[in-house]
Design a protein around this ligand. Structure first.
Ligand code: ZN
Length: 514
């Protein structure tokens, strides 16, 4: 669970090549040093002499390699946290450059001759190399920056293998060291942001592959639950006031019924506005086409270069959200069973209460199976405030003095709009396939049984949407063209009001008014 891990990990310490790197001028070289340099470059110093020199340099640089496990373990938790959060790329590099070895490495890679861009890149690699060399010299060396990187990596992925691969090539301490450290430091309860918030959770699946047929084989799958929080920029304090939900239906029924009626009227008004706009647009196009080529010449209409289709297949433009979006830590479980969904809902409730105990409700978005399970759990699970028992059909419910309430009464569950849309499209295709969709699908090239089956199941939401729009436009135009012809013959003004009047007139099977 999230509680066991370090929260609020600060990533300030991550290497960022864009940070300014101080590059001071090369200091004037002392006479004795230039003498030593000339001895080395003239190969007048033997390799064993050089070894002595290196030893002396290592001793002089000792301070740089002394951050070992023993010294780190003796620090207090506060000091450890401070070191991890303040470990900083620029500072680390500056410190390294003042060491003998750092200056040697800098000269070796001819940093001063590189372009600014290349130098930035080279410094990142050089700094990384310096930390690894420190580890090679002092086996117990722990680099705070590597360790905090590993904690961030682990908090996102939760993978032991990933952490071990990381520590195999970096002085980040062992996997166990990191887990112990996290256990020591994770004292804060994870919590949601303050203000008006909504939470969405979903399962993130990584499906593996097994190429052998074996008895009782299962697909290797790794699933985590991702949690995203949307916080409104303005807090209306709405979440401090209880809202009517399915759980308090008896007391709120009248209010809910009224809210539903109002919602129906609003939806109808919005729909009418869009329908009128649509009819107006199609009428304009039909009139233009009838002026140019006559409405019966479909071939000419299609060939026309300035054909105004009115089709908008593009993606919905992304609106700038007024919400701040926070990516919470993943929960290491698959929300596909009652137990795990209860854990997810409990975590959400706890994190909401941890940030604001007065929050009366919180919107939770989820889809598919997690939604079905969660809605059943919310309706059936109770908590006894007397003995603390929780679950379905509580035994203590009939005992005197035991007061129960719905366990998840703070959660207002909602399906995501995207999934609702996909299901509506699928329902439309399933219901009307044979009578309406299939003939269009065949015209559009879904000719083989497999292609038609794919189309009927509406497996590709983008394609299904396009097909639906094509049907919508062509059906509208068929009626609109009839009206334009009808109006032209009778000198009736072409307008959306007259169209509505005409279409609502009772008529016989052959389309004539009786
Ligand atoms: Zn009880």
């Amino acid at each position: 669970m999230a509680k066991g891990r370090l929260t609020n990990v600060d990533t300030r310490g991550s290497p960022s090549p864009s940070q300014p790197i101080p590059m001071d001028e090369t200091a004037p070289i002392d006479e004795s040093i230039s003498h030593t340099i000339s001895l080395i470059s003239d190969k007048k110093i033997s390799p064993s002499d050089l070894r002595c020199l290196a030893q002396a340099l290592a001793q002089a640089d000792e301070e740089f390699y002394t951050f070992n496990k023993a010294s780190f373990a003796s620090l207090s938790n506060e000091e450890k946290k401070e070191i991890l959060l303040s470990s900083n790329y620029t500072e680390g590099w500056s410190k390294f450059r003042t060491s003998f070895f750092g200056q040697y490495a800098e000269e070796l890679s001819k940093l001063s001759e590189l372009s600014v861009e290349d130098r930035k890149k080279a410094i990142v690699y050089l700094f990384s190399a310096s930390r690894n060399i420190a580890k090679a010299i002092n086996n117990k060396f722990i680099d705070p920056l590597s360790l905090s990187n590993n904690i961030v990596l682990h908090s996102y992925g939760g993978s032991r293998l990933a952490s071990q691969l990381f520590t195999a090539v970096q002085p980040a301490g062992s996997y166990k060291t990191m887990l112990n450290l996290i256990a020591q430091l994770a004292t804060d309860t994870p919590k949601f942001p303050l203000g008006h918030i909504a939470v969405a959770f979903d399962n993130q699946q990584i499906v593996g592959r097994d190429y052998r047929v074996t008895l009782g084989a299962t697909q290797p799958v790794s699933v985590v639950t991702t949690l995203i929080v949307f916080a409104e920029s303005i807090n209306h304090n709405m979440q401090q006031i209880p809202v009517p939900t399915s759980l308090n239906l008896t007391t709120q029924q009248q209010k809910l019924t009224q809210a539903f009626k109002t919602q129906c009227i609003t939806a109808k008004n919005i729909h009418n506005k869009y329908r009128t706009d649509w009819i107006k647009a199609r009428l304009t196009i039909a009139v233009k086409e009838s002026d140019k080529s006559g409405l019966d010449d479909c071939a000419a209409s299609i060939k026309a270069k300035t054909y105004e289709s009115g089709l908008e297949y593009d993606r919905v433009p992304r609106m700038k959200s007024s919400c701040t979006i926070t990516d919470m830590e993943n929960l290491m479980m698959n929300p596909n069973s009652y137990d795990t969904v209860i854990k997810v809902l409990t975590t959400i409730t706890e994190m909401s209460e941890a940030s604001d105990p007065n929050r009366k409700w919180i919107t939770v978005y989820c889809d598919g199976q997690p939604y079905n399970l969660a809605s059943k759990v919310i309706d059936s699970h109770e908590l006894c405030s007397t003995c603390g028992a929780s679950g379905k059909n509580l035994k203590c419910k009939n005992l005197p003095d035991h007061v129960t309430r719905p366990l998840f009464d703070k959660i207002v569950l909602r399906p995501g709009a995207g999934h609702m849309e996909m299901n509506i499209v699928r329902a439309f295709f399933g219901l009307f396939f044979d009578v309406l969709v299939k003939p269009v699908a065949i015209l559009l090239g879904f000719t083989t049984p497999r292609a038609l089956d794919f189309c009927k199941k509406a497996l590709d939401n983008h394609k299904s949407w396009q097909i639906m729009q094509i049907i919508y436009v062509s059906l509208s135009d068929e009626v609109i063209h009839q009206f334009v012809k009808f109006a032209a013959g009778r000198n009736i003004q072409i307008s959306d009001e007259n169209f509505t009047k005409w279409i609502n007139e009772p008529r016989t099977d052959n389309g004539n008014t009786p």
